[in-house]
Design a protein around this ligand. Structure first.
Ligand code: KG4
Ligand code: ZN
Length: 359
């Protein structure tokens, strides 16, 4: 437990880059004093995916009471907060503008430093809320908007080893679920259906398997599912379950193959014990976790799966990333900071094609 002023430093984190509005209060000694989150699932469900304009309006409607609720839960006033951190991108720009503007306004009102946090940095560092995790580690970030493998070397030091060249993994789950009428969000629905299914009934491709490097691809697999689905005459629940199971198993195989290359590259660069850290909503998938845990064991790596509420979008990870950044560089961002729809963590990494590539 850190002592003194640093350990007591308190950050407010605001997250609004996708379909969750979140506000949290985190202390530098790693205590999460409050973690309030409002998911917009019901707002987007009728459309089978996130509608950016609806998301932005919902963030605007809820961000202020979520912050008030977080302060109340933590039993502190805004004056007692030392740092105000808001997601500055990448993400759906309307939502990011809401969070950034709110963060700046509060910082200005109480004369506290404002930090614009890269959402990916939030995911990358959130596992360090658990005190045992030291740098460097290999991070697999698999969510609805992101799919990448990062070597996390330190605060502000990220090397992207691979990323999706088309859809994000969660996006593929969501699209497949929509196609089969399984509802939104698709990942949990596909996983549930897959439990009753036979993964061997449909022969689906394992995208990128056997190729060098660690990039991912899911759009070909998604199209193969579409072809299989449209080829079924009056599909039954069993057809749906079998196809869901086949899809999930293809994603797990493809992901494990890519992560294997990532582990090898990481082990070559940073010899010693390797930790493979999971983040993002797709990391909730038990079949994928099981596959990755077998892979990690085979390669002598330790799989670190933080609690789900830290893996998915949340405010605590933004507050924590703010504290981590402040510890190495106590310089606020200017109030002229412009929200960023795209914001790669590793600016050196090559640009990738594809509509699902957000960073
Ligand atoms: O990290 P997250 O909450 O938000 C962002 O996208 O940033 O991740 C949500 C994504 C969605 O695409 C959702 O379908 C997927 O994670 N997901 C899952 C599971 N739970 C959530 N995908 C596969 N299996 C799951 N159990
Ligand atoms: Zn996220």
């Amino acid at each position: 437990m850190e002592r003194g002023y640093w350990g007591r430093m308190l950050a407010l984190g605001i997250e609004s880059s996708c379909d969750e509005t979140a506000a949290a209060l985190v202390r530098a000694d790693r205590t999460i004093l409050a973690d309030c989150i409002l998911s917009q699932f019901e707002d987007h469900r009728p459309y089978g995916g996130v509608v950016p304009e609806i998301a932005a309006r919902a963030h605007l409607d809820h961000v202020d009471h979520l912050i008030a609720a977080a302060l109340k839960q933590a039993d502190v006033t805004l004056d007692q907060v030392d740092l105000i951190a808001a997601t500055g991108g990448p993400g759906l720009i309307g939502g990011v503008i809401v969070g950034v503007t709110t963060g700046k306004a509060l910082a200005l009102a109480v004369n506290k430093p404002f930090l614009a946090i890269n959402h990916l940095e939030g995911h990358a560092l959130s596992a360090r809320l658990d005190p045992g995790l030291a740098f460097p580690y290999l991070l697999l970030l698999v969510s609805g908007g992101h799919c990448q493998l990062l070597a996390v070397e330190g605060v502000g030091r990220y090397r992207r080893l691979g990323a999706t060249i088309d859809d994000a993994a969660g996006e593929a789950f969501d699209k497949v679920a929509k196609l089969m009428g399984l509802g939104y969000p698709g990942g949990p629905a596909v996983e549930k259906a897959a439990r009753q299914g036979d993964p061997a009934r449909f022969d689906l491709p394992r995208p990128m398997r056997g190729r060098p490097g660690c990039d991912f691809s899911f759009s070909g697999l998604k199209n193969a599912v579409r072809l299989a689905w449209t080829g079924l005459v009056s599909p039954t629940d069993q057809d749906r379950a079998d196809l869901a199971a086949a899809f999930q198993s293809a994603v797990a195989d493809s992901m494990a193959d890519r992560v294997k290359n990532g582990l090898i590259a990481f082990q070559n660069r940073y010899p010693g014990a390797v930790k493979l850290v999971l983040a993002g909503g797709v990391a909730a998938n038990q079949a994928i976790r099981a596959r990755l845990s077998i892979l990690a064991a085979k390669r002598g790596a330790e799989l670190v799966a933080p609690p789900m509420k830290l893996c998915t979008d949340n405010g605590a990870m933004i507050a924590w990333a703010g504290l981590e950044r402040w510890r190495v560089n106590p310089t606020p961002d200017p109030l002229s900071f412009a929200p960023r729809p795209r914001w790669p963590l590793d600016p050196e990494a090559a640009k990738l094609p594809g509509a699902g590539v957000k960073a």
